[in-house]
Ligand binder design. Structure first.
Ligand code: FMN
Length: 192
């Protein structure tokens, strides 16, 4: 069996985004493992228009060239870690839009989240889990939630992830679960 590939999808594209910090941090921790390869997928590299296709990607491939490139790239992965900012108690619009532009590429693959903000971005993550189910992703229980104290500490007070070592514990537990589900579902997809 080839080594599984996990995408770390950066779900914010705004100038000066915080999202790069958790994305690079989780990649570094993940690379200490040898059970998968972990690659950043940056939505800035896929400047999608607001969804405007005639048909859902569940039924027909998008016509838009960037959307086709996005879907093809997403299809290369066996699992996903979504780096999730919380905008107005939900996910970013740019991430929701990107999720709307693919379908079968996500089917029967695990997904998890690293979120930040009030309540650790949990409100965005819970909504993302609902969307994931409709995309036939398999959202797992474990996620990383960076709460307000840690988030503001890093944003404004010069702190780093090293100042909050329990976040790495949470990341390691999440990555172990993700690896289990990635293997299980990859094997099952290949056997089907
Ligand atoms: C439109 C908008 C809405 C926001 N709403 C929330 C929110 O509901 N909860 C929260 O904790 N932070 C909220 N924030 C603050 C973000 O957590 C903060 O800006 C964070 O840096 C966003 O992630 P990013 O920098 O990776 O885009 C909001 C920010 C923006 C721009």
């Amino acid at each position: 069996m080839s080594l599984p590939r996990i995408a770390i999808v950066i779900g914010s594209t705004r100038e000066g985004r915080f999202a790069d910090k958790p994305a690079q941090w989780i990649k570094k921790i993940a690379e200490e493992r040898n059970d998968a390869s972990y690659e950043i997928v940056d939505l800035r590299d896929f400047p999608l228009p607001f969804f405007e296709e005639a048909t859902s990607p569940a039924h027909a491939a998008p016509k838009n060239e960037t959307a086709r490139r996005w879907a093809a790239h997403i299809n290369e992965f066996d699992g996903y870690i979504f780096v999730a900012a919380e905008y107005n108690h939900s996910m970013t619009g740019v991430l929701k839009n990107a999720l709307d532009y693919a379908y079968k590429e996500f089917n029967r693959k695990p997904a998890t989240f690293i979120a930040y903000g009030g309540v650790g971005g949990a409100r965005a993550v819970e909504q993302l889990r609902q969307i994931a189910v409709e995309l036939q992703l398999a959202p797992i229980r474990h996620a990383v939630h960076i709460g307000m104290i840690e988030f503001v500490g890093m944003l404004r007070d010069g702190k780093s992830f090293d100042d909050f070592p329990y976040l790495a514990d949470s990341a390691k537990a999440m990555l172990s679960e993700l690896a289990w589900w990635t293997d299980a579902l990859k094997n099952a997809r290949e056997a089907a």
